[in-house]
Design a protein around this ligand. Structure first.
Ligand SMILES: Cc1cc2nc3c(=O)[nH]c(=O)nc-3n(C[C@H](O)[C@H](O)[C@H](O)COP(=O)(O)O)c2cc1C
Length: 183
């Protein structure tokens, strides 16, 4: 079993998405101590913007395909994902490898891979709320992973900028969720 651990927050040790993604990985490793862990920190080692030339280098794609479980720390920046994480997704959405177009429409080609995303958002974007139309992080990641054949799982800490009490309870609840996820 191989676990690929990805982070994309720029806030280092203060990062909530990094705290939660690490807790998920720790939990998975406790259950499967023999698991191999691959680390990709997209802030420490950023990927360049996509170019036509980048398609020749399949290292990021190969790393993704080789992983059984992928754990991603994803903070919300400006209502969507960090551009560092977008650059990574640009490497793994590859026509003919992770998806293909058929006469019946697009088909995801990635099977048997678990993707768990640790979300951290300053606000609250619950369905039906006034802010919901601005939620382009979870919706984007769900749609994108669905497109390549994966049904991602999410652990979310929300309202992190709405006061210390809300932040503390959101982080505590999210860390509690990691227990359920690993089961
Ligand atoms: C540059 C920047 C942009 C942000 N934009 C948003 C935003 O559009 N909506 C929101 O709810 N929170 C926003 N936030 C708050 C973050 O989502 C929140 O601080 C979260 O904890 C970030 O994850 P992290 O702790 O892993 O860095 C922003 C934070 C930063 C640093």
């Amino acid at each position: 079993m191989t676990i690929l651990h990805i982070d994309s927050s720029i806030t280092g040790d203060a990062s909530v998405s990094r705290t939660i993604s690490s807790a998920i990985v720790e939990r998975l490793r406790r259950e499967t101590p023999a698991a191999q862990l691959i680390r990709r920190d997209l802030v420490e080692q950023p990927l360049a913007h996509l170019t036509l030339e980048s398609f020749a280098d399949t290292a990021v794609l190969d790393e993704f395909l080789a992983a059984d479980t992928v754990v991603i720390g994803a903070p919300m920046y400006n209502f969507t994902l960090p551009s560092q994480l977008k650059a990574w997704l640009d490497r793994i959405l590859v026509s003919g490898t992770t998806f293909r177009y058929t006469a019946d429409g697009p088909e995801g080609l990635v099977k048997d891979k678990r993707v768990i995303v640790a979300l951290a958002r300053g606000g609250i974007y619950d369905a039906g709320s006034g802010a919901a139309p601005l939620e382009h992080l979870e919706t984007y990641l769900r749609g994108t992973f669905n497109f390549i054949g994966i049904d991602p799982e999410f652990v979310a800490a929300d309202g992190l900028n709405l006061g210390a009490e809300q932040k503390e309870s959101a982080v505590r609840a999210a860390l509690g969720e990691t227990v359920r996820l690993a089961a």
